[in-house]
Design a protein around this ligand. Structure first.
Ligand code: AP5
Length: 215
């Protein structure tokens, strides 16, 4: 599959992307995971991105496009990918359109995950994420808890709250989403690629995406 997952912070993009990737081996490309891993290893990209991320602001488009140009051209993307958290702005969506044309890749469709704001706030304050940069498994202390000692069920590393999970940063991320990312819904509707799904249960969302793909 070759799809984009759109949705507010906490809508469940990462959770759905991981399930879809396990289903048919398409690679999950999460710009958030790539950036958090870069921050952890202290790379040049990580140093440039950290302050934006901690404040809940978007990382500049040029940095993201340089990263994605390289990532989408990698051989493992040929068989399929799930874009999780990219594109995030109209300039990124425009640049992606050109890049896909250049790489002769055709998208199946764009999934928009629709979740009420109060559900989002609850999910973000109760999320825990594996601290291992190569794992980054997502948990929720209410709906999908890690092991009783707070460790990841997959790799045994400690699970943590992300640096952008303070109340102020969450608020700012939601405002940034409304201002800069939500216009992508209209962008992809105009392109004829938009498919909207209420993201109540991730398993049901995954089933609906599979149906849409005709699988
Ligand atoms: P990123 O990591 O992409 O964060 P985000 O979009 O804010 O999304 P989240 O990861 O917070 O939420 P999610 O929708 O994946 O939800 P999840 O599945 O975890 O980006 C982080 C930062 O990086 C940005 O702020 C920005 O600075 C930078 N960045 C990244 N990409 C960028 C770009 N393209 N351009 C510029 N900057 C960029 O679920 C949330 C919680 O809910 C979890 O606890 C989960 O277990 C739970 N949950 C999920 N689904 C369900 C369900 N159906 N029922 C019950 N619980 C559920």
């Amino acid at each position: 599959m070759k799809i984009i997952l759109l949705g507010a912070p906490g809508a469940g993009k990462g959770t759905v992307a991981k399930l879809l990737s396990e289903y048919d081996g398409s690679v999950q490309i999460s710009t958030g995971d790539i950036l958090r891993s870069a921050v952890k290893t202290g790379s040049e990209l990580g140093k440039k991105a950290k302050a934006y991320m901690d404040a809940g602001d978007l990382v500049p488009d040029e940095l993201i496009m340089a990263l994605m140009r390289e990532r989408l051209a990698a051989p493992d993307c040929r068989q399929g990918f799930i874009l999780d958290g990219f594109p995030r702005t109209i300039p990124q969506a425009d640049a992606l359109k050109g890049l896909l044309r250049e790489l002769r890749i055709e998208l199946d469709f764009v999934v928009s995950l629709e979740v009420p704001r109060e559900v989002i706030l609850d999910r973000l304050t109760t999320r825990r994420t594996c601290s291992n940069p190569d794992c980054q498994e997502i948990y929720n202390i209410k709906s999908n808890p890690p092991l009783p000692d707070g460790r990841c069920k997959k790799c045994g590393s400690l699970t943590i709250q992300r640096d952008d999970e303070t109340e102020a940063a969450i608020q700012y991320r939601l405002e940034t989403y409304e201002k800069k990312t939500s216009p992508l819904i209209e962008f992809y509707r105009t392109e004829g690629l938009l498919r909207q799904f209420p993201s109540v249960s991730s398993v049901e969302t995954v089933a609906a995406v599979k149906r849409q793909l005709g699988k």
